[in-house]
Unconditional design. Structure first.
Lengths: 541, 61
């Protein structure tokens, strides 16, 4: 009766009967997370580290096979660092900077991401999604060993949800039969086809693209392909209308062929047919093994609202983008980053419940930005009309010779975090000559500081960042702790800190949210200004 | 190319490109070509310099 829907890459949390199953009455938990994908696991880690008991229910016993996401962006790594699991990702991941764009048999141009210096993390790493999830999981295990209240139950499939006034009742299927569990809050991280969304009869609107892609992850036996991203439009080897080649750890390369809408999936998935495409591209003398392959179609869509009372949606369950630009998992992790501290304050009773509506505002805004960017990339990669194809060809032709056309070539705009310019949590920006990139609403950029990096000192609590000025060490406002971090630009000879946080100002104070977004800034610390900004940032004004 | 600027000069290239495609949405091939013709004439007039336009004609060939 309990069938796996997909094979596992790592079996991590085998089914064990929990005592909730024998309880005479459904047991109540503060938070139940449905789904143990990257987003669900990260949510558990965020909440658990705040001391909030988090129960994860997943219908499998570990991480699914097949890599899916491979590009993880700096912001994701910064968040993972905050959770204590960034280091192994960076160590295992492949760092790349050079990309090449081809059309037919000619190189159109080459680019270098030229990462800005003075950041702990690179702009991107390539890492197979199962590793990404496993590193989060391993951190959860390490936290559990020190008493962090996280529990993961494998082969626990949520089959029904019943939303009550101040809690939710979930019916969970297990190999030993069903049981009920209650939750004050449910976080639905159950993926793009979210059963919870279906059970609540909520919509998921957007665009489905009429195209499909064949992915093959191949292990090269003998090669020295460079660590670069190669993208072909209309490649001469005819293996797809476009093709992407990208390196992952373990000598594995991701190849993505755009194969069109009307394809016979079963036929295309036969190894011999996949090999035909690969051989045409790589030549006959390259020896490789296919480690994973899949055909996917894609859509750009989202729920109308991500919060429905006591049920909050995050990750693919809430929004789905096409893979161009690597915005799926990356944006899901930003959802967690945004939701974690807000839910923490609400559960602790130090912020009103409607603070959670700002999760909805901010992340719907983020989802729209991601959908817009990935839709544009999709329109460039798979032009839908003759006019569109005509402009695409013109851009590619001109880009070979003229630099102006290169920014128009769109083979995916890689994920960057959004700035919550219009958030109602934002306080004043009283730093008139401060840099634009650290304006109110921005995610804090990293910078070197004495003994390490700035981002290591920000986040998890509210932080008052005092630059070249004084502020009290720790302040408590209405039950919420604000921690002061004092830095001096004279300790940072590279000038990056001043450039990123002062502009032409001599000093500054920033109020920074637990998710490392700027919520107010000014020149000097005053208790009244801090109090007002903090209350606003917590939805208490 | 002494006169024509071939360095990136569009403030938001992706937005411009999306607007360009949107302008063509739903048009037949002939209608699209006609739209482009009008667009070129408008832009040429705005540029208003014969030397620049000659450079552009050369670059586009
Ligand atoms: C080909 C491809 C390439 C991609 N490349 C990238 C990339 O480079 N970068 C990037 O950031 N993103 C990329 N993505 C997107 C990325 O894979 C997803 O955004 C990400 O997996 C979403 O994570 P999630 O935790 O929200 O959902 P999922 O990973 O789908 O996890 C959902 C979990 O919920 C469980 N579940 C489902 N129903 C139930 C139930 N009823 N009860 C209990 N558990 C349940 C599932 O078993 C699963 O474990 C790519 C996607 C594809 C398809």
């Amino acid at each position: 009766m309990f069938q796996d829907r997909y094979p596992l890459a790592f079996k991590l949390y085998p089914y064990e009967k929990s005592k909730d199953q024998d309880a005479p009455k459904a047991v109540r938990h503060p938070v139940v997370i449905v789904g143990g994908g990257p987003v669900g696991l990260a949510t558990a880690l965020d909440l658990g580290r705040q001391g909030i008991p988090a129960l994860v229910l997943d219908d499998h016993e570990g991480i699914g096979m097949g890599s899916r996401a491979i590009c993880f962006a700096k912001r994701t790594l910064d968040i993972a660092n905050r959770y204590g699991c960034g280091a192994p990702m960076l160590e295992k991941g492949v760092v790349w900077n050079v990309g090449k764009v081809f059309q037919d048999d000619r190189q159109v141009f080459e680019f270098n991401l030229l990462p800005e210096s003075g950041h702990r993390n690179p702009a991107f790493i390539n890492l197979q999604q199962p590793y990404f999830e496993k590193f989060i999981f391993e951190k959860i295990r390490a936290e559990q060993d020190t008493g962090t209240p996280i529990e993961i139950r494998g082969k626990n499939r949520v089959d029904a949800v019943d939303v009550r006034q101040d809690h939710v009742v979930l019916t969970v299927a297990t190999p030993d039969g069903p049981y009920d569990v209650e939750a004050d809050w449910v976080i639905a991280c159950d993926g793009a086809s979210s059963p919870v969304r279906g059970m609540l009869d909520l919509g998921f609107e957007g665009r489905v693209f009429q195209d499909s892609f064949l992915i093959a992850d191949i292990k090269m036996k003998s090669t020295d392909f460079p660590t670069e991203r190669w993208f072909w439009f209309e490649p001469y080897f005819k293996s797809g209308a476009s093709t992407l080649l990208h390196k992952q750890p373990d000598d594995v390369w991701r190849v993505d062929f755009q194969i069109g809408w009307d394809v016979d999936r079963a036929e295309e998935m036969k190894e011999e047919n996949i090999r035909k495409r690969l051989d045409a591209m790589l030549g006959d003398d390259v020896d490789y093994e296919i480690v994973w392959s899949s055909i996917y179609t894609f859509q750009c869509r989202r729920m109308n609202k991500f919060r429905h009372g006591r049920v909050v949606f995050a990750g693919d369950a809430a929004h789905q983008v096409s893979p161009f630009g690597a915005r799926g998992a990356n944006s899901g992790i930003q959802d967690v980053d945004n939701l974690g501290w807000k839910l923490g304050l609400v559960i602790a009773g130090t912020a009103p419940e409607n603070l959670l509506d700002t999760y909805d505002d901010e992340r719907v805004f983020g989802a729209d930005e991601n959908i817009l960017n990935s839709t544009r990339s999709t329109d460039f990669i798979t032009p839908k009309s003759k006019a569109s194809k005509g402009f695409r060809d013109a851009v590619l032709m001109l880009a070979e010779k003229y630099e102006f056309a290169r920014p128009l070539v769109n083979s995916g705009r890689l994920s960057v975090p959004c700035t919550y310019d219009a958030s109602r949590l934002n306080g004043p920006d009283h730093l008139p000559n401060g840099p634009d990139r650290t304006r109110v609403g921005s995610p804090c950029p990293d910078a070197p500081v004495a003994g390490g990096f700035l981002l290591d000192h920000l986040g998890t609590d509210f932080v008052l960042l005092a630059i070249n000025t004084e502020a009290p060490e720790q302040i408590d406002i209405d039950g919420i702790k604000v921690r002061t971090v004092s830095v001096r630009t004279s300790d940072n000879p590279t000038g990056a800190l001043a450039e990123r946080y002062l502009g032409s100002e001599a000093q500054a104070v920033y109020l920074i949210r637990p998710d490392q977004h700027v919520t107010a800034r000014g020149r000097v610390y005053t208790e009244d200004a801090l109090r007002a900004a903090l209350l606003k940032a917590c939805g208490k004004d | 190319m002494a006169h024509l600027n071939t360095q990136p000069n569009l403030p938001s290239p992706d937005e411009f490109y999306a607007d360009l495609l949107a302008a063509h949405e739903g048009l037949s091939d002939d209608e699209s070509a006609a739209l482009n013709n009008r667009l070129i004439l408008l832009l040429a007039n705005h540029i208003g310099r014969h030397d620049v336009l000659c450079d552009a004609l050369g670059a586009a060939k």
